[in-house]
Ligand binder design. Structure first.
Ligand code: ATP
Ligand code: MG
Length: 169
């Protein structure tokens, strides 16, 4: 199964991100991420065996993560798959990313990306990667729990299912 560790936005913020995705699509085209798929990926694990998935679920479900608040104040793009995102630099998220990968490595996982750019993908396959005309943003994402998410590949894009959440701190 294809797995990743993520943060899921609080309800109000999800609505705000959805509005921004709509605005961005007007300017940039492409496909919107479904509202219920909006997320921040902290660690992409890729293809994982069934037992390993069960062990990861138990691991995530047992231990609280340090809480924090992410400030999203920037638009960004990734050229290759035509991604338009919102995000912002965050030392607290970098620490969380770092500590998760330290434990994942002990579990035997590799594949940590060289650069961690905290972002929420809003559009894919955008035809226009110009974000200058989009409104300035200043959003707050208070986080409390980590999610282990399974990704299913479907014809019109991936579908996600949350397998486990860390206990509230
Ligand atoms: P699709 O690949 O079908 O377009 P998707 O990218 O939403 O859909 P996945 O590829 O399963 O679904 O990725 C799940 C999450 O992990 C997404 O946030 C994606 O950006 C991220 N991700 C995927 N591959 C990597 C990778 N090699 N390194 C870091 N993050 C990744
Ligand atoms: Mg992908």
């Amino acid at each position: 199964m294809r797995l990743f560790l993520a943060l899921e936005p609080p309800h109000k913020l999800r609505e705000r991100l959805s509005e921004l995705a709509e605005l961005a699509q007007d300017r940039c085209g492409g496909r919107r991420m479904p509202d219920d798929s909006l997320h921040l990926t902290l660690a992409f694990l890729g293809e994982v065996a069934e037992e390993q998935g069960a062990a990861l679920s138990a691991w995530v479900g047992e231990r609280p993560i340090p809480t924090g608040e992410w400030r999203l104040d920037a638009w960004g793009t990734f050229r290759r798959p035509g991604i338009v995102w919102v995000g912002g630099r965050s030392p607290a998220l970098e620490r969380l990313h770092e500590s998760l990968w330290a434990e994942l490595s002990a579990f035997g996982f590799s594949g940590r990306a060289e650069h961690f750019v905290p972002h929420v993908t809003l559009l894919r396959r955008a035809r226009q990667l110009e974000t200058r005309s989009l409104p300035t943003i200043d959003l707050s994402w208070p986080w409390r729990r980590l999610s282990l998410v399974r990704s299913f590949t479907e014809n019109d894009g991936a579908r996600y299912e949350t397998l486990a959440r860390s206990p509230a701190a």
